[in-house]
Every structure is written in structure tokens, then in C-alpha cells.
Design a protein around this ligand. Structure first.
Ligand SMILES: Cc1cc2nc3c(=O)[nH]c(=O)nc-3n(C[C@H](O)[C@H](O)[C@H](O)COP(=O)(O)OP(=O)(O)OC[C@H]3O[C@@H](n4cnc5c(N)ncnc54)[C@H](O)[C@@H]3O)c2cc1C
Length: 478
């Protein structure tokens, strides 16, 4: 059997042979495999146009060009100038659309989005996660209670407009749901519901206002009836306590045997846990214990966290390594059927609080990460336990559109039985160019902060360009 050369995230080379790799310490995204090697070049299935755009954009993002581009993006996002806003300047809209928008976003309307979803499934993904990109961004120092109260008083007269925004949000999400199929995910952002949601989230209200509660219940019921799933995105800390509380309310309601689905304990709703928060493992363990006590299931989407630039730094692990340890430790605890706990995860990631697999409630894990090493660890551990006949939980993995395609397609192309491999998903955002600006800015910031990974992706794409060029020359005997 052939060996493949894998480039680690630190840029060195490993040789991975085609036999069981129990728990790779470092795993190349490009040659990621759960229980052996990828069977073909993972990026080979990318259509030429998508491939060329990825090659161009990722190479630009891995170069010093990213810094001025990032400054330009920040200017666009914050600028009130009509000249710079894509909604009022068609030239700006066209420029953004043909470059970063088409790379990272699924489309501005149903026809475009359906085409992108179809394309993703054709590439071999088990499914997609689709979200309507509209959201509100809070700046930490703008959210004191006094200001909020003043804003509430001032905006009480705007109740009708606020309710209209909730209605638009609900309709937008129901429209998004119609573009999805069974087993796909609808991604929801509570701040997308507008000022009513933002004020309630900022006050850390334990339950949403009645209008939002009715809207989200209607959305969840439609998701369950369609046998899709819904995940609630994590946002900035100023909103997160309330988001967690609203998510628990939904999981309590929809992740239990009921009229709509006949499964024992269906997991219709997943909440997002941000591993860069020092308290994340404890928050998750708290939800797991509550669910076990009350008899409902927990959907866990684990991310590292995307708001480090906007957020209270002291609540976040000091170093990237601590975040990594926490992330990998939580994944491991869950797959092994243990409750995660921050005090035991810290520093080692292995001495976990062990209460035995039977102690967890019904739970499902979605590993949402572009980090090839974390994804490979999750995948290998999950497959090993399935192979050994040991208890584990359902695991799925996913990356964002336009990011880490070598990780996603490497997983799709990897060997192993489909039933014992975690399902691979691609996460798509849709909306007008203007609505997607904050989402696009976060992708640019992320590419800058994970520069080594962006370079790895660019390197994988250049390798694929070379492979295609050689194949072309062979066919045409150049
Ligand atoms: C499918 C999908 C869905 C997502 N949904 C959400 C969501 O709902 N909410 C959300 O917040 N994010 C979300 N994200 C983004 C995610 O939180 C990360 O920002 C992003 O994926 C980068 O992390 P990574 O695991 O891919 O790996 P890496 O690139 O290895 O990690 C980068 C991350 O490490 C952390 N980090 C970097 N430097 C430091 C430091 N000095 N100290 C501490 N930590 C540090 C940050 O979280 C940073 O984003 C999602 C990502 C994916 C793939």
C-alpha cells in the first residue's frame, strides 16, 4: 500500500502509512483519514472554477496582502458612507460578490442557494448546515445596563417595528429551512431577530420575549417535522448567558420523545459551546446534568469561539494552547462518555471526571472546526471505539464553506465504513452582500489569526494545482 506524505500544522512532514493510526498527535488536514489514508487526492473533486477561486483567494489570504484587505473590510463593515455600502453601490456589491462573497457564501436568493447545496452534496458531503447571515453586533462598551435602559425607553415606541423584525427573522428562517432536506441543519442566530432580541439577550433574560418564543417554537416544530435539525449559534459573551438559557428551554421542549418525531430521544436542537471560554466545560457539564435529571437530550456543537476580537478577554483562555487543550479534552470526554470539567481538563486534557458512559443523557456531538488535528483526533477516537464495540455517542464534523476544504474533502475521501465514519457537513451562510459583511469580516480575521493553517490550505491547493497540471500534460502529451 502506498504511503502518503502529510504536512503537519507546524509545517513539518510526517509519513502516514495505510494502517490504523490510533490517535495521531498531529495530523495533516490534507491527508486526513479516520482509519487509514485518504483514497484519492481530496481536492480533486473541486470544480475547476471553485478550485481556481480558492487557490487565488487562499494564496492572497496567506500573504501580506491580507492586512490591507482586512483594514478595507473593517472600513466597509463600519462605514455609514453610501459609496462604500454594497446595498447602495452596485460596483462595490459586484466587486465583493465576485471575490470573497462567492468564496464564503452560498447565495443571495433561493435559486443560488439551492444550486450551492446541490453542489455540496455532489461533492460527497452527508449534508449541509445553512444559516441566514443577518445578525447584530454589539461592542462591549456599548452594552452597559444604563445605556440599554435608555435605549429601551427610547425604543418602546418602536414596538411595532421590533415585532416586524422578529416576523421577518422567522420568515427568513422558515424560507431557509425549505432549502434544506432531511438530516440537514438550520443554523439560527438569535441576534438576527433584531432589537427586541438584542435587548433581551443583553439583559440576560432567562426566557425570550413572547414574540421571539412563539417564533422560535414555530421554527423548531417545522424543523422537527421535516426531520432536519437546528443549531443555535454562539455569539458574543454579552449575549451568551441568555442564549444558553434559551437553548436549554428549546432542548428541554424539542429533544424529548413527542408527537412530532417518534425517536426515543430525538436531538432536534443543538446548542453551541465555545471552548475558548474558561467556563465552557462547566457550562456544558451543567446542561448535561440537568438534561439527565429531567429526561431530555443535549445537542452539542463544539467550536473554539469566533469573537476573541470583540469580547471580554479575561473570560477567555490566555493562550491558544489552553483553548486547544480544552477543545480536544471536551471532545474526548464526550466521545468516551464522560462529563467534561474545566478543573480536570486544564493542563492535561486526559484526567477527566469519569462517571461512566451510562451516566450521560442522550447526547449528540458536532465537532465544528477547521483544525485538522482536532478533527482527526475526534474521528480516530470515535472510529476506534466503534470498531472495539465500546460505547460512544453519535459524532459529526463540519467546516465552513470556503475554509479548510482539504480537511472536509479529506474526510469525505477517507477510507472506512460509512456507518462508522462521522458524517461530514459543510456550513453555508446566505443573504445579501450587505447582510453577510460581518460574517465575511470574521472569516478574514480568522484567516489572519490562524495564519499557519491558512498557509497549510494554500499549500494543499498548490499541490492540487500541480497534480492537475501534470494530469493535463499527460493527457495532452505536452
Ligand atoms: C461549522 C462551524 C460553525 C461555527 N459556528 C460558530 C458559532 O456558532 N459561534 C462561534 O463563536 N464560532 C463559530 N465558529 C467559528 C469557530 O469558533 C472558530 O473561530 C473557528 O472555527 C477557528 O477555530 P478552529 O477550531 O477552526 O481552529 P484553530 O484555527 O486551530 O483555532 C483558532 C481559534 O483558537 C482560539 N484562539 C486563537 N488565539 C487564541 C489565544 N491567544 N487565546 C485563546 N484562544 C485563542 C480562537 O477561538 C480562534 O478562533 C464555527 C466554525 C465552524 C467550522
Amino acid at each position: 500500500m502506498a504511503a502518503t506524505t502529510a504536512t503537519t500544522s507546524s509545517g513539518t512532514s510526517d509519513v502516514a502509512h495505510n494502517h490504523e493510526i490510533p490517535f495521531p498527535a498531529t495530523a495533516s488536514a490534507a491527508h486526513l483519514s479516520c482509519a487509514g489514508n485518504a483514497q484519492k487526492a481530496p481536492l480533486a473533486s473541486l470544480p475547476t472554477r471553485t478550485f481556481l477561486r480558492s487557490l487565488f483567494l487562499t494564496s492572497a489570504m496567506a500573504s501580506p496582502l491580507l492586512t490591507p484587505c482586512l483594514l478595507l473590510m473593517k472600513l466597509l463593515v463600519d462605514s455609514p458612507s453610501k459609496l462604500l455600502r454594497p446595498s447602495s453601490n452596485p460596483a462595490m456589491d459586484y466587486l465583493l460578490r465576485r471575490t470573497i462573497y462567492d468564496h464564503f457564501c452560498a447565495g443571495t436568493n433561493e435559486v443560488e442557494v439551492r444550486q450551492t447545496v446541490h453542489e455540496m452534496k455532489r461533492l460527497g458531503y452527508k449534508g449541509v448546515i445553512l444559516g441566514y447571515a443577518r445578525e447584530s453586533i454589539a461592542h462591549v462598551n456599548q452594552c452597559s445596563h444604563q445605556e440599554t435602559r435608555a435605549a429601551v425607553l427610547q425604543e418602546q415606541q418602536q414596538q411595532a417595528q421590533w415585532e416586524e423584525a422578529v416576523e421577518e427573522w422567522k420568515e427568513g428562517n422558515l424560507r431557509t429551512l425549505k432549502m434544506l432536506g432531511e438530516g440537514d441543519y438550520l443554523a439560527i442566530k438569535f441576534t438576527g431577530a433584531g432589537p427586541l432580541a438584542v435587548h433581551s439577550l443583553t439583559r440576560s433574560d432567562p426566557l425570550p420575549p413572547p414574540q421571539i418564543k412563539a417564533a422560535i417554537y414555530e421554527i423548531c416544530a417545522a424543523v422537527a417535522a421535516q426531520k432536519s435539525r437546528l443549531w443555535i449559534d454562539a455569539e458574543q459573551q454579552v449575549f451568551q448567558a441568555a442564549i444558553d438559557s434559551w437553548a436549554v428551554d428549546l432542548m428541554r421542549m424539542f429533544n424529548r420523545p413527542g408527537e412530532i418525531t417518534k425517536e426515543d430521544t430525538p436531538i432536534v436542537v443543538l446548542n453551541t459551546y465555545q471552548a475558548y471560554l474558561k467556563r465552557s466545560a462547566d457550562i456544558l457539564a451543567g446542561h448535561l446534568r440537568l438534561a439527565r435529571k429531567e429526561g431530555w437530550g443535549v445537542g452539542v456543537k463544539l467550536v473554539r469561539g469566533a469573537y476573541i476580537a470583540h469580547d471580554q478577554r479575561d473570560k477567555i483562555w490566555k493562550t491558544k494552547e489552553e483553548t486547544d487543550t480544552n477543545y480536544n479534552g471536551v471532545v474526548r470526554a464526550m466521545i468516551e462518555g464522560n462529563y467534561p470539567s474545566s478543573s480536570t481538563l486544564r493542563g492535561t486534557g486526559s484526567e477527566l471526571e469519569s462517571q461512566g458512559p451510562e451516566d450521560l443523557p442522550t447526547v449528540r456531538l458536532f465537532v465544528a472546526s477547521h483544525n485538522g488535528e482536532s478533527v482527526a483526533k475526534a474521528c480516530t477516537l470515535y472510529q476506534q471505539r466503534r470498531k472495539d464495540g465500546r460505547k460512544t455517542i453519535p459524532v459529526e464534523v463540519g467546516q465552513l464553506q470556503g475554509m479548510a476544504d482539504e480537511v472536509s474533502l479529506g474526510m469525505v475521501a477517507a477510507g472506512g465504513h460509512a456507518e462508522t465514519k462521522p458524517g461530514v457537513f459543510k456550513c453555508l451562510a446566505w443573504g445579501s452582500t450587505e447582510e453577510c459583511l460581518h460574517f465575511l469580516l470574521r472569516r478574514a480575521v480568522e484567516n489572519q489569526s490562524a495564519m499557519q493553517r491558512t498557509k497549510d490550505t494554500a499549500q494543499a491547493l498548490r499541490g492540487e494545482a500541480w497534480r492537475r497540471a501534470v494530469a493535463f500534460m499527460r493527457v495532452w502529451r505536452v
